[in-house]
Design a protein around this ligand. Structure first.
Ligand code: RB5
Length: 152
């Protein structure tokens, strides 16, 4: 059976939540590409958001999960890659709709905002919900076209 690879990354604030989610992912049968950080020593969230975004954009991973204190900084970093649609979610409903409506390919979580059970719910919905296409397709395509426009 082909196993899907999920890239996961966090800064120091998200390290503990990332570790738990990575263990869950492995138990769910995914290959986990853990891009760090690997301790609670202070690091910079852009490095890890960018690394996960790059892994998803290159096809090395089918989807990504990023965690920082709020989820904000690391989602901004991931979204700097034009092939990434990172969604910062605080409940499972948001995570499912991010997949269904936005075809989100990276889930961003804030370890200082939500607890681990909510994070797990977000991850489950993010991994199990299919993109709806149809009326959403034109809008998602527009997202890809925006980076082709010159913004001054
Ligand atoms: C780190 O203290 C914190 O700023 C970071 O984890 C995140 O919340 C930034 O958006």
């Amino acid at each position: 059976m082909h196993r899907e690879t999920i890239a996961i990354g966090a800064d120091h604030a998200g390290f503990a939540m990332k570790a738990t989610l990575a263990t869950d992912l492995a138990q769910m049968g995914y290959d986990v590409l853990d891009l760090g950080t690997n301790s609670e020593a202070s690091v910079d969230y852009p490095d890890f958001g960018f690394a996960v975004g790059r892994a998803v954009a290159s096809g090395e991973a089918v989807r990504g999960i990023v965690v920082c204190g709020t989820g904000i900084g690391i989602s901004i970093a991931a979204n700097r890659n034009p092939h990434v649609r990172a969604a910062l979610c605080t409940c499972g409903l948001m995570a499912g709709l991010a997949r269904e409506h936005n075809d989100a390919n990276v889930l961003a979580l804030g370890s200082r905002i939500i607890g681990i059970e909510t994070a797990r719910d977000c991850m489950r919905q993010f991994l199990s919900t299919r993109y709806g296409g149809d009326r959403h397709a034109g809008r998602v395509t527009k997202l890809s076209h925006i980076e082709l426009e010159i913004v001054e």
